[in-house]
Design a binder for this molecule. Structure first.
Ligand SMILES: [Zn+2]
Length: 625
């Protein structure tokens, strides 16, 4: 039976999937883009529709449609499978052993809970006041449906019993954050009771947690707080989730702007009124991870926070990261200090104007800081510098930084040099901080950027040599007859070449056994790949497959417009250089051995070495220049 992963691969085009994340430009038979996994100025990220693979020649990341989604979304293979299956119209069976991972069990617990709560909200008698409350807040029925808003009855165990009937155990229910352990016992009870339930989804639309608002009739007596959220769980890391991003990501991309609000109601109302590029940080400070997540979709963020909080915002890690990552951060001043929810409901034009007039974050922060200070006094100046300089120091864009230093200098009537000096003292630390925190975090979306490994000329030529064979299969025979594996430079190249030879010899064997009536078989990328997947090659199979992809794409890239004659001349030229290099190397080694043998006075050995030396010299002469 076909594996679901193969079925998905056969039904989806990697080009379409990659395009959902980054723009692709045609380049020969392939597509090209700025690599989403490392920072670069010219595109070295290549996607091949024919081979259904991608490879970055800058950071060496590569693979198929699954590796791409895993890397982009920082998720496991199983999650990538889950995300791509619906796009491919493939139904995954629940019993699929690969899918019964713990993580997926927990997601299932939360999903069952979500459906249950939603049903109760729509129909339950006890949810009447919740329904009224939501209607009063202006939520349409379709909105409640779309956001799957629910209601948790005031019961200690209804949800737990339902989940157990569906085959989940106490441990799983607890680990998914849906129950609370009764202290000192092995008993559990429902975590959420008598609350309006807002599902919190991850970027792919899987419900990972809930934010639960107290039922309106109980608001007065509530001691737990108006809102309680699911705890941190294996499936819910609140620093990595933005409320509404699963529904907003497309529009964030289309508008090239992500608006970040504070509350879920702001997001839901905004979406209902057609402003779909808005998400919420759910009460927590904006985190680095959230900023990185947003950067996938746009470089522009606008904060529609409570204005009193702007001061705190500047101190937030997320904002600093956004600015040092050269994102444009703006602040939306919601009229009359209202929150976006109210503003959008009361006056859409006002909201649109506020969005349009969003101030650059730095300008906003300057104004805010200056407003409370007397800049004619030394104290005021000192205070302003103390607040603003650390933020200025972290600006990734140097032109912008320069601009604001000048502004600050004018405002304080202080020489720019003094300010710059202070910034310089701050800068290296800020840079280090960013370098240490963002790019090395494997899940952050900034995949680790390896400095390009310095390759020798021979290694580069060896790559081209194999790339030519892959691009022009008819050259394989010549290559294999003229170059031995150990004449290829670089161990990974050597192993790949050795495997290609084994594969080729297999093909020829089978062909002759069948009588050799048909056209002789040829090395092909697809054939090789299949052979790799089913063969006994075990040594660094993954590494070999990535290298194979890389070299196949290198062939597409470098020999895109080559005619076969040209390609043949090229491979001959490279073969000569590789061979000569190998022979010269070997002769050097023999020379050393001769010197050693002479010291030991081993006549026999000297004689045989001399013979080899002469033979090598002849061969080198034959190879020519
Ligand atoms: Zn890259």
């Amino acid at each position: 039976m076909q594996q679901p992963s193969d079925e998905i691969k056969s039904k989806l085009d990697i080009v379409d999937v990659v395009r959902e994340y980054i723009p692709l430009k045609p380049a020969g038979v392939n597509f090209r883009a700025l690599c989403p996994f490392h920072r670069e100025k010219s595109p070295s990220f290549v996607v091949s529709p024919e081979k259904q693979i991608f490879h970055c020649f800058g950071c060496q990341k590569g693979g198929d449609i699954f590796s791409f989604v895993m890397e982009m979304d920082g998720i496991s293979f199983i999650d990538a499978l889950r995300n791509l299956a619906p796009k491919a119209g493939v139904t995954l069976k629940k019993q699929d052993p690969k899918l019964t991972s713990q993580r997926n069990r927990l997601l299932d617990v939360v999903e069952v809970s979500r459906k249950y709560y939603h049903q109760i909200l729509l129909q339950g008698d006890k949810a009447k006041s919740a329904r009224e409350y939501l209607a009063k807040r202006g939520l349409a029925e379709e909105t409640i449906e779309e956001w799957q808003i629910g209601y948790s009855p005031d019961s200690w165990d209804d949800l737990i019993n339902l989940l157990k009937n569906k085959g989940f155990n106490d441990k799983e229910i607890f680990q998914a954050g849906m129950s609370v352990n009764k202290e000192g016992t092995s008993r559990f009870y429902n975590r959420f009771r008598g609350r309006i339930m807002f599902p919190i989804n991850d970027v792919n639309g899987n419900t990972a947690a809930f934010s639960a608002r107290v039922s309106p009739e109980k608001e007065a007596e509530e001691k737990m707080g108006k809102y309680i959220n699911s705890p941190q769980t294996m499936i819910y890391d609140k620093s990595r989730i933005l409320f509404g991003l699963d529904k907003a990501k497309r529009e964030i991309k289309n508008n090239d702007l992500a608006i970040i609000a504070e509350g879920q109601m702001d997001v839901i109302t905004a979406h209902q009124h057609g402003y779909k590029n808005i998400v919420a940080s759910s009460g927590t400070a904006l985190t680095t991870e959230q900023v990185v997540l947003l950067k996938r979709y746009s470089n522009n963020i606008a904060l529609a926070f409570d204005m009193d909080k702007a001061g705190e915002m500047a101190a937030e890690r997320g904002i600093r990261e956004a600015m040092s990552a050269e994102m444009n951060a703006k602040v939306i001043e919601v009229p009359e200090g209202k929150d976006p929810d109210e503003c959008i409901k009361n006056n859409k034009e006002e909201w649109e104007k506020a969005v349009k007039d969003a101030k650059p974050f730095m300008k906003y922060y300057f104004d805010k800081t200056f407003a409370g200070l007397d800049l004619n006094q030394v104290d005021g100046k000192r205070e302003a510098a103390k607040k603003l300089l650390p933020v200025l120091a972290k600006l990734g864009n140097k032109i912008e930084q320069d601009f604001w230093i000048r502004k600050l200098g004018q405002a304080l009537d202080v020489g720019e040099d003094i300010l710059r000096e202070t910034i310089r003292e701050n800068t290296p630390k800020a840079r280090q901080e960013y370098a240490q925190n963002a790019p090395n975090d494997a899940n952050s979306g900034y995949a680790e950027t390896k400095p390009p490994v310095k390759q020798s000329r021979e290694e580069m030529l060896s790559e081209l040599f194999i790339a030519l064979m892959l691009k022009f299969p008819s050259l394989a025979e010549y290559a294999i007859n003229h170059i031995q594996p150990d004449q290829v430079a670089g161990l990974p190249n050597q192993s790949l070449y050795r495997n290609i030879i084994i594969y080729y010899n297999n093909l020829i064997d089978n062909w002759t056994q069948e009588g050799g009536q048909t056209e002789p078989p040829q090395v092909s990328y697809g054939g090789l790949k299949q052979w790799f997947e089913h063969s006994e090659v075990q040594e660094d199979k993954d590494g070999q497959l990535i290298l194979l992809d890389k070299l196949a794409l290198l062939g597409d890239k470098d020999f895109f417009d080559f005619e076969i004659e040209q390609a043949k001349n090229e491979i001959i030229k490279i073969a000569v250089i590789l061979k000569k290099h190998y022979l010269l190397d070997r002769r050097k080694e023999i020379n050393k051995l001769i010197a050693q043998a002479e010291e030991e006075g081993n006549e026999e050995y000297i004689k045989s070495l001399m013979e080899e030396f002469k033979q090598l010299t002849d061969e080198i002469g034959e190879v020519g220049n």
